[in-house]
Design a binder for this molecule. Structure first.
Ligand code: BGC
Length: 266
């Protein structure tokens, strides 16, 4: 059977670790050629590219700070030069700089907003232009697909993380407004909102038994997620299997958004 993403090219931002790394691997396993963007961890992105190539896939690593428009343009140019066109863009790069609100520095506010929100704006804008330039191909029913990696915190308020939650709340409206604007061209824009996924970004929340027990109280399904859980969702959302899914946030969170504190309470 032909693989779900055969003959398609995907660009994944922030692919050198965590969710981006897992999503890139999953898309490659589903047959896509992948452009692996990284900001500072070249070794890890290069290693993943070699692993994919050794397994018979196509991949290369490309450096860019997604908050910089020129670097985003160069990243798209390099991906086009390598693969000839892009079908799927995963706007994933993001970071946390946590602190209590009164102590949050303007630098930490700006860094998180510029990477997480402006970065997705620039990535999505370049994606839309690329899909229009390239035009329809037989590889997919859509002209192009964008998946914004959001968070349960596009919905759940998060004290001590105001910059991060604001960036993810912004992604929700960015995604929905953009989806509405480009759906008539058959460009599908959706989000995945991961809950607690075991990655370096939230290591403190799961790497001791005490922290893990506390975290599990927030997850009705009773386990911390894996990057694979997000990878599988991304493959589906990027494929024609989800062709009628437009402007939706797919929560992949073990039920974290179900207000678990209300179970037997309230
Ligand atoms: C954050 C993680 C956190 C999870 C659930 C994610 O978006 O990056 O640090 O564990 O949301 O709260």
């Amino acid at each position: 059977m032909e693989k779900l993403l055969a003959n398609q090219v995907a660009l994944i931002t922030g692919a050198s670790s965590g969710i981006g790394y897992g999503v890139a691997k999953a898309l490659a396993n589903a047959g896509a050629a992948v452009a692996l963007n990284y900001h500072s961890h070249a070794e890890s992105a290069e290693r993943l590219a070699s692993e994919i190539e050794n397994a018979g896939g196509s991949a290369f690593a490309v450096q860019a700070d997604v908050a910089d428009p020129d670097q985003v343009a160069n990243m798209f140019d390099a991906s086009r030069a390598r693969f000839g066109g892009i079908d799927i863009v995963i706007a994933n790069a993001g970071l946390q700089k946590d602190s209590a609100f009164a102590e949050m520095t303007l630098d930490d506010w700006n860094l998180v907003l510029s990477t997480n929100l402006t970065g997705q704006f620039l990535t999505c804008q370049a994606a839309v232009k690329e899909f229009r330039r390239r035009g329809q191909t037989p590889a997919s029913k859509a002209l192009g697909k964008i998946i914004c990696i959001s968070s349960v915190h596009e919905l759940i308020p998060w004290s001590g993380h105001v910059n991060y939650a604001a960036s993810k709340g912004g992604i929700r409206m960015l995604m929905q407004s953009l989806a509405q604007e480009v759906a008539p061209e058959c460009i599908r824009v959706n989000s995945i909102a991961p809950g607690a996924i075991r990655t370096p970004i939230n290591k403190d929340a799961w790497d001791t038994q005490e922290a893990l027990d506390k975290l599990l109280q927030l997850i009705p399904y009773g386990r911390v997620g894996d990057v694979d859980d997000i990878g599988k969702a991304a493959v589906w959302l990027a494929s024609d299997e989800s062709d009628y899914v437009v402007g939706t946030t797919l929560f992949v969170d073990g039920g974290m958004t179900l207000y678990p504190g209300f179970a037997g309470n309230g």
